[in-house]
Design a protein around this ligand. Sequence first.
Ligand code: NAD
Ligand code: UFG
Length: 336
Amino acid sequence: MRILVTGGLGYIGSHTCVCLLKNNYEVVIIDNLSNSNIDVLEKIEKITDKKVTFYEGDLCNKELVRKIFKDNKIDEVIHFAGYKAVGESVLQPLKYYRNNLDSTLTLLEVMQEFSCHNLVFSSSATVYGTPKKLPIKEDFPLSTTNPYGTTKLMIERILADVSKANKDFKVIVLRYFNPIGADPSGLIGEDPKGIPNNLMPYIVRVANKELPILSVFGDDYNTHDGTGVRDYIHVVDLAKGHLKALEKCLKSKGIDYYNLGTGTGYSVLDLVNTFEKVNKVEVPYKIVNRRPGDIDACYADPTKAYKELGFKAELGIEDMCRDSYNFIIKNKESHN
Ligand code: NAD
Ligand code: UFG
């Protein structure tokens, strides 16, 4: 089986490519390196001792996408490519609508031209907006609070329409909760450019003394210690979820939606304390005001993915903290 992975050099994409190669899939990647580094390609190949077919370029470039489908018989597609920074999407909405929607439309049109009918799409728990109850199930009402989230929801709707119009077209939509962690080799991981927005990349930089102190955004939420609660999932587990989705896609009809989370919520301070304990480092922090738009708590009901995909996250919060730090330690030269 040959899988086209869009955005395959990014954080989740690279871990998924490793998982695919280890399971004897052939992998073709398209990535424009807008949020990734070409070194990741070599690292994927080093971890797996397998070769990848790589196209550097933009998924909005229809001629290039056609060439990829012409040169390679693609059986299924996993679509990761897109921009993902919530704050930036509020400031530059058109950048997000243009890239995330245009790339998806181009991909879908070319898939149709080449009669490739199997797609796994990276959506997000952000499409649940502010959930009324917890844990979150797939049939909860959908809404968004920022342009990034709106692109995800719009793409979900586009995919539903396309699968309705074309009975052969099968889609698995995966709604990720909060992916953290890294491959245990320490070769690939999450390495955002500039000052990180997300919690774990910020914690590792504070632990590594690249940033002085973590700001904890609010301790007056309705949670066990007042700080925000999220469903953190190890990126290696998340990657495995994509293999399950590919298997399911071949057998399914129409469109299906799955949460990929652990089902357990941890607070900001739970994560900080576990990180300090597991890695024997200090993570100084201060409590500051809430970040606008944040919610108290968000965690998945993972039952549907377990029952229908056979997916269950296996790694715990300790593994996530250990592997996130290991990645930064192994890549210290590029950080200090
Ligand atoms: P990432 O930024 O690390 O990876 C995305 C990759 O896509 C990058 O390598 C980037 O260079 C590439 N890319 C972007 N636009 C492109 C284009 N037009 N053509 C070709 N390549 C392009 O992000 P990630 O964390 O790996 O996320 C992957 C997907 O999962 C994204 O769609 C994201 O919205 C979604 N997601 C991520 C999270 C998260 O917390 N990381 C949570 C929910 C959903
Ligand atoms: N937080 C801090 N300090 C920081 C960063 C975050 O206290 O410096 C807190 C937040 O307030 C929140 C928790 O840590 O309570 C997690 O925040 P993240 O920014 O890591 O993650 P979010 O849950 O806000 O959002 C992430 C992605 C979204 C995605 C969502 C659900 O950024 O794109 O998970 O998948 F939609």
